[in-house]
Design a protein around this ligand. Structure first.
Ligand code: TXA
Ligand code: MG
Length: 332
């Protein structure tokens, strides 16, 4: 199959719609990462997502809709605080998990009785979702376990020849995936940290829990249990207080003849030789936006990535830390 990469305009949107309605897959941009979309009402189309990505069949998908879509047809909405969250953050990088009405095909939620819905704010994503006007099931548009794509080229690197169309909406500004938040209980519960932080949610509704699976418990967000976001080369991860050890490791690897890239925040970059550093940046938002772009660049030029966690842990950095650790930790 030939994969076309096309800018978003009326012609490409019409083509995208035809493809989706025929049960084909279409990759599209969002403000977080690129998504790999299928008609959420079609078993066959949704099945293709799992097949093309090599995704485990028990990891549910998020349904994407435009901002005027009536989500009441898809889910039961009982909590008042969910309405407050929608008003405060949508369209935007917050995915809410509701009780499902079982309208979309069961493969989307992998048999769970809940459904995750996301209303992306990216202009091209809104245009696409409005034009097709159906619920679009979409995971990140990478091969399973690889780093999520933040440009059309990244999608093409993973899925060339496997899907017919990539809608190109430029580079994603957010850089890490949406926050996934369960709103079926008495208070919101974050299942995956992301660009809407716990602190931001608490400001709107007072309290929010970050779910951590207990030993032996069935994982609430099945995606959490898998190895994720990994670059193709080896990685060595250090905590922010282990800069000395990171420098030692860097020097030893260089001495042994390995090609090494150091991934770290701006303020510690001078500990390493300039031409080896990929600078995550100074601010939280910069670091989120740069993370996947740099991991994808680094895996192409390095045998080993030496990554040092940024110091800040709260706000959206909780999500950045989570992704960096999943990408680089030796124990996944
Ligand atoms: O920013 C994003 O969320 C991107 C863009 C494309 O929208 N999408 C994305 O999808 O990251 P994916 O499939 O890579 O991650 C979806 C996450 C997984 O961890 C999955 O387990 C969780 O959402 N999830 C989906 N449906 C769920 C449900 N019903 N209950 C609990 N977790 C769910
Ligand atoms: Mg993903």
């Amino acid at each position: 199959m030939e994969t076309q990469i096309r800018k978003i305009n009326l012609k490409s949107l019409e083509y995208a719609k035809q493809l989706l309605l025929q049960g084909e897959l279409v990759a599209f941009p969002t403000e977080t990462v690129y998504g790999l979309g299928a008609d959420a009402r079609s078993d066959e189309a949704v099945g293709k997502i799992f097949q093309v990505k090599g995704r485990p069949s028990d990891n549910p998908l998020i349904v994407h809709v435009h901002k005027d879509f009536e989500i009441k047809n898809l889910v039961k909405d009982v909590s008042d605080y969910a309405q407050k969250l929608r008003e405060a953050f949508l369209p935007g990088p917050l995915t809410l998990v509701y009780q499902s009405r079982g309208v979309v095909c069961s493969k989307v939620s992998c048999g769970l009785d809940t459904l995750a819905i996301r209303v992306p704010s990216h202009k091209g994503a809104q245009e696409f979702l409005k034009y097709v006007d159906i619920p679009v099931a979409a995971p990140s548009a990478n091969l399973s376990k690889h780093v999520s794509p933040v440009s059309a080229l990244h999608v093409n690197n993973d899925l060339d020849g496997k899907i017919p169309l990539i809608l190109d909406g430029g580079n994603c500004s957010g850089g890490i995936e949406s926050t996934v938040c369960d709103v079926t209980g008495p208070y919101p519960q974050i299942l995956r940290e992301g660009l809407v932080s716990r602190e931001m949610i608490e400001e709107v509704v007072g309290f929010c829990n970050v779910y951590k699976p207990k030993e032996g418990e069935r994982v609430r967000s099945p995606g959490m249990k898998y190895k994720h976001y990994s670059p193709a080369c080896s990685t060595k991860l250090f905590e922010s207080f282990e800069v000395e050890q990171a420098v030692e490791c860097f020097l030893r690897l260089k001495h042994d003849g390995f090609r090494v890239v150091v991934l770290c925040e701006d303020k510690i970059k001078n500990n390493f030789t300039e031409d080896s550093v990929m600078n995550l940046g100074k601010t939280d938002y910069e670091m989120a936006a740069n993370l996947y772009e740099l991991l994808r660049r680094a895996e192409k030029m390095a045998d080993v990535i030496v990554a040092v966690c940024p110091e800040k842990q709260d706000g959206i950095m909780a999500g950045v830390q989570n992704r960096l650790k999943k990408a680089c930790a030796e124990i996944k």
